[in-house]
Design a binder for this molecule. Structure first.
Ligand code: GRF
Length: 212
């Protein structure tokens, strides 16, 4: 797992793995920031960590090459980006095509990039949410696997909306990781395949819940 900060999504995965809800192992946590709180979460859970400080590298290419080596040394089957605040080079991304996922705090393709909650509020959106997607060289542009939406209230602020979206993130990221760990999920070309079915624009959590 790659992080830069708080690591609350990391924590949820740690918890769900330790209580047996997800059959997987976190091979290691890598942060580009030495003071990322997520590193403490990993230490407390006995998960190996590495810090790769981007300021120690002259350019993006050399950083991503070192990052690739670090990840590959952990021999991870899936690279999980969870608040890793770096733009990644195409070479790096292509090396992990189909085995790297990201969580983004918007209903993609809306609001790629930063300040998603602010932008959704300014646009007076009725709905906002979070998306898990395979990572491709286009920033926040890879095929969507699963989304969850929240209703935007007139009284919502950036903070209240961010909190609501986080709650949804904690549902959808573990679900997607567990699908991958169970070999149910893959990327073929531009198409997401779940249980042998092509997902056109990704699934919405409420669709799945309604099927139960
Ligand atoms: C999440 O909101 C995620 O959508 C975005 O970065 C944030 C990470 O939060 N990519 P945390 O570090 O997991 O608490």
């Amino acid at each position: 797992m790659l992080i830069s900060g708080n690591g609350s999504n990391l924590q949820i995965l740690i918890d769900k793995i330790s209580n047996g809800e997800i059959e997987a192992e976190i091979a290691g946590v890598i942060s580009n920031k030495a003071d990322a709180f997520g590193l403490q979460r990993a230490h407390s859970a006995g998960v190996s960590t590495s810090v790769l400080d981007n300021k120690q590298y002259p350019d993006r290419e050399s950083y991503d090459a070192a990052l690739q080596k670090c990840i590959d040394d952990y021999q991870a089957g899936l690279v999980v980006l969870a608040g890793f605040m770096r733009i990644l080079t195409a070479n790096f991304v292509n090396h992990y095509l189909g085995r790297m996922i990201n969580i983004h705090p918007s209903l993609l393709p809306k609001y790629r990039g930063l300040n998603t909650h602010q932008r959704a509020l300014e646009a007076k959106e009725n709905y906002h949410g979070a998306s898990v997607h395979f990572v491709t060289p286009e920033l926040d542009g890879g095929p969507v696997i699963l989304q969850s939406r929240v209703k935007v209230a007139e009284t919502d602020t950036v903070e209240t909306l961010a909190n609501k979206v986080h709650v949804e993130e904690y549902k959808i990221y573990p679900l997607v990781v567990s699908w991958f760990a169970q070999n149910r999920l893959s990327l073929q070309g531009d198409t997401v395949i779940l249980d042998q079915q092509e997902l056109n624009k990704g699934l919405l959590l409420e669709q799945i819940e309604n099927c139960d």
